[in-house]
Every structure is written in structure tokens, then in C-alpha cells.
Design a protein around this ligand. Structure first.
Ligand code: NAP
Ligand code: ZN
Length: 349
């Protein structure tokens, strides 16, 4: 067993606070790592505060993890002690259903094991995430990192924000000649802008924050639309091939569906606490538009995304925080005041 220090929520209403627990022993197929950097995803906040009504306490969030390998099991062949590795939103799955066989572990028929909030395969135990000093993870859910050492803190957010935007952009074949909208310039949205631009699309960023306009252009958007301004929205009616909606709060989807052209798709990745108002059927049927969803990405695709980002020199724009600043980071996230991802320096734990 490995003793781990951590930060945990003990209930929806209490702030995260120091906590310690034992990690399982390193099994034959396991990799043990010290956590160096952990990104702060809005899903961490949704979970810590039980906004999805499924949180098991104590809850140790964190699923954007970069660490250094400290031990490997006898059957591990891809990693050795000292390697820099990544862990994202999943640490296991059933490994035998059709989605798992197809590398789509996030859609595992038997339910994947979240990096936090479990359940662990076999035991059903709760899992504890990356706001902790050490982890033990099945080798097949550990990712190789090839970015430079200087970039490692900014690589951490790729493990969730990166793959959650990369996967739908790939699934809907975004590339040169496509007009692509990204809604919301937060952790996910800013990765969506960078990745869609690197894929060659004409990227338009939709924001509710007027002061993010310059940043969006710097990050790779060709145009910026303040979505609260109806005239700016109307200028883009019926023109998008694809829109990726990352917003973490309920809002009017019709305003964005109206911007899709014939056969265009809007994919939702934001997962608000309360439902969006139902879209109008006519927003969909008049131009055979589609409204879709997407969940993170499979392990194979996560490795592909990491390699794509390394090749295109893409990392996250981050603000480093201490572990004891996590509640302040959450409050700023709720005010859309994030530029554009908080990453915890785990040496401060
Ligand atoms: P974030 O950093 O807080 O960014 C969300 C952005 O949404 C904000 O920066 C803001 O951008 C915009 N926004 C916030 N409130 C809004 C409102 N009331 N109306 C319109 N826009 C609003 O969050 P994140 O970490 O990117 O996560 C975004 C969502 O995706 C969360 O719900 C998270 O749980 C979910 N998520 C889903 C998956 C998946 O697999 N599907 C994976 C990870 C996260 P502007 O200031 O530009 O308007
Ligand atoms: Zn996440």
C-alpha cells in the first residue's frame, strides 16, 4: 500500500481540506506515480459540490494528471521508473465489451472507472483522483508524454480539456474549409480553439465575456462573437458546419442551432448542473440540423491527441495555484474568471 496525502471534499457544503488514505498495492499490471501537476476541471467542482447528485464522499477530485513513475508491476512493459506520464478521466473499464474492444472505453457497456468517484473494477470501491500525492493506475490507462519538461504543468489540462475537445472535432471530421464555432472560452473552450485551428478550420469563438475577445484571437480564432449580442449572432445565421458547445451552465441552445447550415451539427460537451431549456424542434428540422453529445475520448485517441498537440506545439494557457487555493480557483471558475486553466503545483500539497 502507498500512503497518499490529498485534498478532499467531505460533503457538498464544506470546502476541500487535507485528507490522507492508502492507495492499493502495485499489481502486476499497475503503474505507480507521484503526481506533479493536476489541472482543475469544472467537473471537479460539479463533483465536489454534488451538482450531478452522484458524489460519494470523501471525494478527491482531479483528472488532469501529469506525474513521474515510481514503481511498475511485473507485467508492465510500456513504462519504467522515472518516466513522465499522464492520467486522464478514466483509470479502468471492463476491457471486454464492444466499446472497450474498439478503444472507446469512455462508452464501456459496463461503466468505466472514473479517476475519481469510482467505482473500482471488481471491488466497487470509490476512486480518488489527482489532488493527491501518489496514484496507482492500470498500465493500459497511463499515457506517454513527449512534451518538454518545461511544458509539463501546461500539458496536464490536455488529459481532460484537450481530449474532450479533440475527440468531437475528430469525430465530426473538422478540417480545412470548415467553419467551426467554439462556445465558451474556459478550460475546454480555449483548448477547442487551439486544436480546431491546428486542424485547419476557420474558428469562430462565442463568448459571454467581452474582455476575452483579444485572447480568443491570439489563441487561434479568426472571429469572435459576443453571444449576448443578437445582431452579432444574426450575422452568422445558417453558416456553420460544426459547433462545439463547452458551456457549463444552462442556456438557450436555439440561438446557436440557428447558426448551423444544412446538415450542420452542434455537439454538447458542457455538463451543467441543471438542464438546458429544450430546443425548438423547428431549429432542427428546417435544415436537417443535428444536436449531439460527446464524452471525453478513448485511451488510444487520448494518446493520439497528446502526440498531435506535441507536434503542433499546443499546451494549455495556465495559471498555477497552490493546493490550498483550490476553493478560490473554484469561485473564480464560477465567475468565468479563468485564463484559461488552473493547474495545481502538487509540491504544495
Ligand atoms: P470553465 O473553465 O468554467 O469554462 C466554461 C465557460 O463557459 C466559461 O469560461 C464561460 O465562457 C462559459 N459560461 C459559463 N457560464 C455561462 C453562462 N451562464 N452562459 C454562457 N456561457 C457561460 O469549465 P470547463 O472546465 O471548460 O468545463 C466546461 C463544462 O464541460 C463543464 O460543465 C464540465 O463539467 C464539462 N465537461 C464535460 C466533459 C465531457 O466529457 N463531456 C469533460 C470535461 C468537462 P465565456 O466567458 O467565454 O462565456
Ligand atoms: Zn475534466
Amino acid at each position: 500500500m502507498t500512503h497518499a496525502k490529498a485534498y478532499a471534499a467531505q460533503s457538498a457544503k464544506t470546502p476541500l481540506a487535507p485528507f490522507s488514505f492508502e492507495r492499493r498495492s502495485v499489481g502486476a499490471q499497475d503503474v505507480a506515480l507521484d503526481v506533479l501537476h493536476c489541472g482543475v476541471c469544472h467537473s471537479d467542482l460539479h463533483t465536489a459540490r454534488n451538482e450531478w447528485r452522484n458524489t460519494i464522499y470523501p471525494s478527491v477530485p482531479g483528472h488532469e494528471i501529469v506525474g513521474r513513475v515510481t514503481a511498475v508491476g511485473d507485467l508492465v512493459s510500456k513504462f519504467k521508473v522515472g518516466d513522465i506520464v499522464g492520467v486522464g478521466c478514466m483509470v479502468d473499464s471492463c476491457q471486454h465489451c464492444t466499446p472497450c474492444a474498439d478503444g472507446l472505453e469512455q462508452y464501456c457497456d459496463n461503466g468505466f472507472t472514473g479517476t475519481y468517484n469510482g467505482p473500482e473494477q471488481g471491488t466497487g470501491a470509490n476512486t480518488y483522483g489527482g489532488y493527491s500525492s501518489a496514484m496507482v493506475v492500470r498500465e493500459s490507462f497511463v499515457l506517454k508524454i513527449t512534451h518538454s519538461d518545461a511544458e509539463l504543468a501546461a500539458v496536464a489540462p490536455l488529459l481532460c480539456a484537450g481530449i474532450t475537445t479533440y475527440s468531437p472535432l475528430r469525430q465530426w471530421n473538422v478540417g480545412p474549409g470548415h467553419k467551426v464555432g467554439i462556445v465558451g472560452l474556459g478550460g475546454l473552450g480555449h483548448m477547442g480553439v487551439k486544436i480546431a485551428a491546428a486542424m485547419g478550420a476557420h474558428v469562430v469563438l462565442f463568448t459571454t465575456s467581452v474582455n476575452k475577445r483579444e485572447d480568443a484571437l491570439r489563441l487561434g480564432a479568426k472571429e469572435v462573437v459576443v453571444s449576448k449580442n443578437p445582431e452579432e449572432m444574426a450575422a452568422h445565421a445558417n453558416s456553420f458546419d460544426f459547433i462545439l458547445n463547452t458551456v457549463a451552465a444552462p442556456h438557450n441552445l436555439d440561438a446557436f442551432l440557428a447558426l448551423l447550415k444544412l446538415d450542420g451539427t452542434m455537439t454538447l460537451v458542457g455538463a451543467p448542473e441543471n438542464p438546458h431549456p429544450s430546443p425548438n424542434v423547428f431549429s432542427l428540422i428546417m435544415k436537417r440540423r443535428r444536436l449531439a453529445g460527446s464524452l471525453i475520448g478513448g485511451i488510444r485517441e487520448t494518446q493520439e491527441m497528446l502526440d498531435f498537440c506535441a507536434k503542433h506545439h499546443i499546451v494549455s494557457d495556465i495559471e498555477t495555484i497552490r493546493m490550498d487555493q483550490i476553493e478560490t480557483a473554484y469561485e473564480r471558475m464560477l465567475k468565468s474568471d479563468v485564463k484559461y486553466r488552473f493547474v495545481v503545483d502538487m509540491a504544495t500539497l
